[in-house]
Design a binder for this molecule. Sequence first.
Ligand SMILES: Cc1ncc(COP(=O)(O)O)c(C=O)c1O
Length: 480
Amino acid sequence: MNWTPNPADKKPMHKQIQEYMKEKITNGEWPIGTKIPSQRHLAATFSVNRSTVVTATENLIAEGLLSGNKGGGTKVINNTWSLLAAGSHMNWSSYVEAGIYQPNSSTIRHINEAEFQRGIIRLGTGELAPDLLPSDQLSELFSGMKHRSVHLGYEHPKGNGELRQELAKHVKKRGIETSPSSILIVSGSLQALQLISIGLLPPGANILAEKPSYLYSLPLFQSAQMKITGVSLDKEGIQLSSLKNQHEKEKGTVLYTIPNFHNPTNVTMSEQRRQELLHRCEMMHLPIIEDDAYGELWFHSPPPLSLKAQDKNGMVLYLGTLSKTFSPGFRIGWVVGPEHVIERLADLKMQVDYGASSLSQWAAAEALKTGIYDNHVASVRYKLKEKSQKAQAILEKHLESLATWNVPSGGFYFWLTLHKPVSMGKLFKHCLDQGVLLNPGALYDHETSQHIRISFAYATLPEFEYGIKIVAKSLKNLYL
Ligand SMILES: Cc1ncc(COP(=O)(O)O)c(C=O)c1O
């Protein structure tokens, strides 16, 4: 919802809100059965006091459009048409609950909405701040479009040929020898995970993943009736002792790992651990999904070569993305793997969306070819390193008595370990009520009540300091 009432309008604010909500109901955006957002949420979205929202809602209840709030949330019970022609209305609610895909957790849905509220401080966001994105370089690139030939039709099932050629050169820097025919362009690496879940794994498959992991924040494998089994992590990456041989016997077991600047712990797997892991997986016939979303964002020296670089048996599917380095909005990622696996995934991608945006693919190829991408990433590394050091000083100032954390050598995140457990839900709400959005650790490890993922990539440093002070205050209040 981008609309807000106009305080300069003669019409009272509650009346403007009432009319806006009524319009949503009459034009079918909020059909009968829709649960409307909470009063607190609406007040924040409309930038008004809660009492203004209460008045508007009560008037709509009096008109018979909304139900009273008796613990189950306020729902649309009539639209103006159904009031006129009582009896015939479409109830979408049972359909909404019927789909096979599970909804995101309520915390994730809350975060996805709240990130767009005006004035919110985003302490958890896994995205570069707008001033770290290459807006000027891209304006220049797009303004030069009229002098070049841009393909705007559908693309090859594996994606734009020129982009795949550029990517084959690009992944060489991570030690990977491949050719364009073994690369699939996807709409973000998240889509790669989805294609893998529907195309390569049977229902009931077991996904081994570091615990904690980004993967736990996604319901996509569970929606496909698969389970995630946690493997433990130390300072050098996955602990091999937690890869039990019994997994070998389970049909469709794969290992998902984020070896570089891991989300959320920021651990980077050591060279030796990579070799041992590959060897162990070869012995176990355990395929690996290597997610290298953050590998280029090193501050001092590049991480060890990718697992894929040392994979002589085609065991590793390697995922890359432009989202963390260049532009999440491009929705461009890639998979490198054995040709027949790439062909299977490409066929599925054609069924799902018929290819990633051809304009994004063109721009990505140009950015890689002209060096715009490499220059930009070099500057992001430098700026992120500086920012991480300043952010760390802020953590030391305000949180030292409450938590410990990793010193980042790349990536986006501090993984805070709280000295004492706390209710993750209460902490999230407490901070959000004061305009600070954070990612509770429980999103990445459902069992923890002692961790928070803090990103230094998004908020400005003054915002970061303000946000961290709120986190410290909230923790102290909750510990009372
Ligand atoms: C480890 C990891 N993989 C994949 C993704 C999704 O990236 P994309 O925008 O390419 O879908 C993220 C985003 O947070 C991530 O942290």
